[in-house]
Design a protein around this ligand. Structure first.
Ligand code: 6CS
Length: 362
């Protein structure tokens, strides 16, 4: 009998506390502050001026964790011990959306806010989730993300939501996994794919004819294991560390989109920093770019080898011709983006597209 299952409105809004899969609970043991130190404790205890609380949307050992560990070292060294960075991996404080809310209200100072979720609040951020926008050469993408005027325009949208945009960071190609092979658009028909919670992403997958199911990250493993969803999409390092590959038959590399995250601080925190501390923060986040770009490439390559070694999942890389067949459907999401992100969003998209084209020609 096939189990019928649809997420509740709460689940689709990604507002629930993460239910970390049993296998992952071991990973986050020892940092699970949620039960002992609630959000209100942060607020009522008051934030110590020199303690920067940094929450991750990913578990220990992830790309975001690699970033945070290096960031901590660099900040603490540059401030000569005046600043103490405390890192909270995924599972300690809440879902991605909840982490953003904690930063918006200045209960914590820093977090990653991935556009796949954040676009529900800042539609302009959804530009990073569009399919077939970025270059096939990820070095081109990294260069554009470090320089484009589009990032300044996006920054305004973040400020309006009480967030200071500190960095835009690629974490690798989004890869489909499924209980069926996906090699042509028709294979997406009715495919119950878990997506992040942004309506732009949901509509993008609807454009392929799939049946997108938005869920928090922490519920993906059990959803796949129980057959409540047919597949999901994430970078390889995440597919490995969240064990998704163990409960899926196919992994399909279509290079349709990059996973791009954003690093944010609370606007109040950022504007309240003294000049020295703000300079340290800006310098460190700028200098982190090449570090994390190299790290994510290495993580994705190493984890792919691990998946190949530890499982018999079928790994398929689409040819250019096969990818081209997905383009018209994939690009339907652009229209939805323009509608939801308005004039500023359209300008961001046009600027990014022009910058990518120019950088590819260099
Ligand atoms: O799929 C997600 O929801 C998450 N994926 C990654 C790789 N990072 C954070 C994000 O929330």
């Amino acid at each position: 009998m096939t189990m019928q299952w649809t997420p509740s409105p709460e689940q689709t809004r990604e507002t629930i506390q993460p239910q970390v899969p049993v296998r992952l609970s071991a990973l986050i043991k020892g940092i699970a502050l949620a039960s002992s130190l609630g959000v209100s404790a942060f607020v009522s205890a008051g934030v110590q001026a020199d303690t920067w609380r940094f929450a991750l949307e990913e578990v220990s050992g992830s790309v975001q964790d690699a970033y945070a560990q290096e960031f901590k070292q660099r900040i603490e060294k540059a401030s000569e011990g005046d600043i103490d960075v405390e890192i909270y991996p995924y599972g300690a404080l809440g879902t991605s959306s909840q982490l953003t809310e904690l930063v918006q209200s200045d209960a914590i100072q820093l977090t990653f806010a991935s556009p796949g979720h954040l676009a529900s609040v800042i539609p302009e951020a959804g530009v990073f989730t569009l399919h077939f926008l970025f270059s096939d050469d990820n070095a081109v993408n990294e260069k554009v993300l470090g320089n484009s005027k589009a990032i300044d325009m996006l920054s305004e949208a973040y400020t309006e939501q009480n967030l200071q945009l500190l960095g835009v960071i690629p974490e690798g190609w989004m890869v489909w996994t499924g209980n069926r092979d996906i090699e042509k658009p028709a294979d997406m028909d009715g495919f119950k794919i878990r997506t992040m919670t942004s309506p732009i992403l949901v509509e993008t997958y609807r454009g392929y004819g799939a049946n997108p199911t938005p869920l928090p990250y922490s519920e993906v493993y059990s959803g796949l294991q129980l057959g409540q969803i047919d597949g999901q999409v994430n970078p390889v390092f995440a597919i490995e560390e969240m064990s998704f590959y163990e409960v899926q038959d196919y992994m399909i590399q279509a290079k349709q989109a990059q996973f791009i995250t954003t690093l944010v601080a609370s606007s109040d925190f950022y504007s309240g920093l003294d000049d020295d501390q703000r300079q340290v923060l800006d310098k460190v986040t700028n200098e982190m770019r090449p570090y994390i770009f190299e790290k994510q490439e290495q993580y994705n390559a190493d984890r792919l080898e691990k998946i190949k070694k530890d499982s018999d999942i079928k790994i398929i890389t689409l040819t250019d011709e096969q990818r081209d067949a997905f383009r018209p459907e994939g690009e339907k999401g652009w229209k939805v983006f323009r509608e939801q992100a308005g004039e500023r969003g359209s300008k961001i998209l046009d600027t990014l597209q022009a910058d990518i084209k120019a950088a590819e020609g260099e």
